[in-house]
Ligand binder design. Structure first.
Ligand code: AMP
Ligand code: GLY
Length: 422
């Protein structure tokens, strides 16, 4: 099969890495990709919001199946656009993508179907939003309704701060929507829970915990994710059953009832409190960096899985995972998650040889004159798998030392919840 992966992050490099192992794969292209995907796929530079241009590439390259990595093209309807042109695509359609693209849509769906989530209100004017904030008190969570690259959520410890943040959203700080969603603050431990879904059934597709805050000890501003690990003992069999029965199944049923059965990866961001799951958010894609650790643990052929999903035949496939522990540490450019430095050479990278247990998944990198440069905020994902999580982390840290990139920084404490216990 000839495949095209859309995107340029660590998630897409990890997907390409796993797809490349499939005996069914003939050709792999990545649009636009990064310096990492370039080693295993053919990168084709294109603006992924230009659907006509993407279609031309897909036709010219004789692509049989397109896998869309990031949320923005899904929310903008790339599935629907390509599907209309008879191109086979893996991912949800535009309507179903509202599960991530509109927090108001997701929260209303939860309310209608009794899916456990924080109490909330959605508002288009400051007076009503302020009344809700005063009535509910702090801490309170203020969210932009639409996509905001992980920057649209503020956890406010005072009502006055919440009113300021709500005002910013209502005034259009985030281009995707000026509706504000206000939520009660949930306490507990976060879990990233994944399923892969076709029109007839769904399968567990791994779990992980990530570290969203930029600083060690989980402090400072939120980021796209500074590191992740999998598996996690937080997910017990009992909890998994609860998540499926109370959250995943009612959601899939509701989407079907709305006339848009969900298809693709579905990522539930959950808060676990006293053994009970609460939905914080849905993402309509794999997590980044969670995908990196999961692709190191997946034993089943990913292309086979995705091919069966597009045919609505996933039901009979057993998806297998190694029990070993995987961890990824994200190497970021200085300044991230704010204005970060760009176009800095990363030396030594080409000297480090990956193997089945140790991979460096690229994110914001490019290659020029046989040298690798940084361009994004999150630049590399050093990812290791081992019987022991502590050892996996030590191996990651040893690789990062070899890279020795003074323009970057990373957290040394990824996985602290588990590693410090040992
Ligand atoms: P979201 O983009 O909705 O996932 O929010 C980003 C992060 O903000 C989550 O991963 C949580 O850490 C935090 N968060 C969002 N909503 C809540 C909530 N209602 N209670 C507590 N923390 C939250
Ligand atoms: N790791 C968080 C995300 O992918 O949204």
């Amino acid at each position: 099969m000839n495949l095209a992966v859309i995107g340029s992050g660590g998630r897409e490099h990890a997907l390409c890495y796993k797809l490349k192992q499939s005996p069914k794969l003939k050709k792999l292209i990545c649009i636009p990709g990064n310096a990492g995907t370039q080693k295993i796929a053919k990168n084709i530079e294109e603006d992924i919001s230009n659907f006509d241009a993407l279609y031309k590439i897909i036709k010219n390259q004789n692509i049989d199946l397109v896998i869309i990595g990031p949320e923005q093209p899904l929310v903008d309807g790339l599935f629907d656009y390509l599907n209309k042109k008879n191109i086979k695509v893996f991912g949800p359609n535009k309507f179903a993508s509202q599960l991530e693209g509109s927090k108001a849509f997701m929260k209303n769906l939860c309310k209608k179907n009794n899916i456990p989530t924080a109490n909330f209100g959605t508002f288009n004017n400051l007076k009503n939003a302020s009344d809700f904030i005063r009535k509910n008190g702090a801490p309170i969570v203020v969210k932009a309704d639409g996509l905001a690259s992980g920057k649209g959520v503020s956890i406010c410890n005072s009502t006055s701060e919440a009113i300021i943040k709500a005002k910013e959203v209502l005034k259009g700080k985030f281009k995707s929507s000026s509706t504000v969603v206000l939520e009660n603050f949930l306490r507990g431990e976060e879990l990233s829970y994944f399923v892969i879904v076709d029109e007839n059934s769904y399968k567990f597709f791994g779990s992980a915990q990530d570290h969203k805050k930029v600083g060690e000890g989980d402090v400072g501003p939120n980021t796209g994710g500074m590191g992740a690990y999998s598996p996690t003992p937080l997910l017990t069999k009992k909890l998994e059953i609860k998540i499926n029965k109370k959250i995943i199944e009612p959601t899939l049923k509701a989407m079907k009832k709305l006339g848009h059965p969900y298809k693709g990866f579905l990522y539930a961001g959950l808060m676990i409190n006293k053994g009970e799951p609460y939905l914080i958010e849905y993402n309509i894609r794999m997590g980044d960096p969670e995908c990196q650790v999961l692709m190191m643990r997946l034993k089943t052929d990913l292309l086979e899985i995705i091919d069966l999903i597009t045919k609505n035949k996933i039901k009979d496939l057993k998806i297998e995972w190694t029990k070993k522990n995987s961890i990824t540490i994200v190497l970021c450019a200085r300044g991230y998650p704010f204005n970060h430095i760009k176009n800095r050479e990363i030396r030594n990278l080409l000297k480090i040889l990956p193997d089945k247990k140790n991979q460096i998944f690229h994110a914001g990198t490019y290659k020029k004159n046989n040298k690798i440069y940084s361009v994004g905020g999150r630049v590399l994902n050093v990812t290791c798998v081992s019987k022991n999580l502590g050892e996996a982390r030590r191996n990651c840290l040893a690789i990062i030392k070899k890279i020795n990139w003074t323009d970057g920084f990373y957290r040394k404490d990824i996985g602290w919840r588990l590693i410090n216990k040992k």
